[in-house]
Design a protein around this ligand. Sequence first.
Ligand SMILES: [Ca+2]
Ligand SMILES: [Ca+2]
Ligand SMILES: [Ca+2]
Ligand SMILES: [Ca+2]
Length: 231
Amino acid sequence: MDLDIDTDNNNGFNEPDMKPIEDNYEDVQGASDHPGKIMGVNDNDDDSDRIPDFADGFNWDYNVLGSDSDKNDNINAAEKFIPIVLKIHEPIELTNAIVRIGGDYIDSDPMAVTRDNNGVYHLPQDDSNLRIWSKPGNVRHNPHKIENGGDIITQGTYPAETLGFSNGIRQVTFYLEAVRPSNKRGVTSMSLSSVSRSPFAGYHTCSRLNDVPANLRPLQVFFEAFIPSHL
Ligand SMILES: [Ca+2]
Ligand SMILES: [Ca+2]
Ligand SMILES: [Ca+2]
Ligand SMILES: [Ca+2]
């Protein structure tokens, strides 16, 4: 199992290089000179429709208020999210695997965005600062949870198939949207775990498959992302 993000910050909004140097940086947890992927808060307005982008692209008015009176919030065709790539290698049986998404990740619920009487959008008043989507930024999003047919992935445990894996699809790309700066030293981490339900499953914590003793299954990978107040 491997999780790749552009930890050396040279791919912008493109997929990570998936080279060893990115894996190496994944292991420098908490080191200030290796903060992980540096992400901007998505409070700008890339498509110039006066809807802040954290409230754009998922048909907020329809999904929250029940009326699609504003078409502008249905899509943000100019938006870019940060891709992360999760690979689950053979021989893990993906029809039986479960993936846990946790660590410090606390999803920011797009359905919890509110709009006040002045038309100003607000994030929910909680500690969440990140969203993991199953689709890139420039397409329409369904803000419901992925297990309910939507596109947002919250912390929790999923059958691998719910996240798009199968024995023929061992690599899936997810997309990160930062909505608030990191509040703990600017570091956010996330872990994904795969548990094979087969009886030979062992337990190990590692971010690189090569580090895992042959008799153990890799179970946990992580990345760090740094969301500064200003880029
Ligand atoms: Ca934006
Ligand atoms: Ca917008
Ligand atoms: Ca709408
Ligand atoms: Ca829009």
